[in-house]
Ligand binder design. Structure first.
Ligand code: OAA
Ligand code: MG
Length: 216
């Protein structure tokens, strides 16, 4: 029987996402490099798993891929010290933080929230649960993404600005983290648009790959 944490999608808890956690990605979109984590939430209705398609949200003209390491919380807590943060990690997931970049650009200009740009149905494609042993060192793991076979993103979690323990501690100062919550740790550089009919393939380390189709 799969443990509860392995069924994080059914547990159906929060998705807390971190923005601009890689310097090269902050810079490629003309944003300043943050001095503290930028957080936003994605609803759990945004999850899809392999076999389901990424659907371009209505009126979106620039749907971007962002490959990210997701941390699955195994043990909840609030005000978790950085030194104890890794004890709250249950495992990992390879995720895409699909982003309606045109919606986000408009929201940024108007000082409005990113909810629609980041939280629409199918905006969080995920792999199956990945064990800690499979990932090995989450602070030195390759993350890559291809569109129709062409490499677009090829990064490493060692380039995160804020580490996983720091993020868990920081987030839990404000939000209680619960078993099954997922923390998306930000995307490396190379984000870009996808269109109807495209195939997105992404990988983590040497062993985990996912594949999703984009549909209108
Ligand atoms: O939309 C953005 O650029 C922020 C973000 O999610 C990331 O850096 O992963
Ligand atoms: Mg992201």
């Amino acid at each position: 029987m799969a443990s509860k944490v392995q069924q994080f999608r059914q547990v159906g808890k929060k998705i807390v996402a971190v923005g601009r956690n890689y310097k090269a990605h902050a810079e490629e979109l003309g944003n300043v490099v943050p001095t503290k984590p930028i957080l936003f939430l994605k609803p759990t209705t945004s999850y899809i798993s392999q076999g389901q398609a990424i659907k371009i949200p209505p009126t979106c003209t620039s749907l971007h891929h962002e490959v990210e390491l997701g941390v699955v919380i195994g043990r909840g807590g609030s005000k978790i010290p950085e030194s104890k943060a890794m004890e709250h990690v249950g495992g990992y997931v390879l995720a895409l933080d699909m982003t309606a970049r045109d919606f986000q650009d408009e929201a940024k200009k108007k000082g409005q929230p990113w909810t629609l740009a980041k939280g629409f149905d199918t905006s969080c494609p995920v792999s199956e649960f990945i064990s800690m042993e499979t990932v090995g060192d989450p602070a030195n793991t390759r993350l890559w993404l291809k569109v129709n076979g062409a490499t677009k993103q090829d990064g490493n979690t060692k380039d995160m600005i804020f580490s996983i323990p720091y993020l868990i501690s920081y987030i839990s100062d404000y939000f209680t983290l619960e078993e099954g919550d997922v923390v998306l740790t930000g995307t490396p550089s190379g984000v870009g648009p996808v269109k109807e009919g495209d195939t997105i393939e992404a990988g983590l380390g040497n062993s985990v790959t996912i594949k999703f189709q984009v549909e209108q």
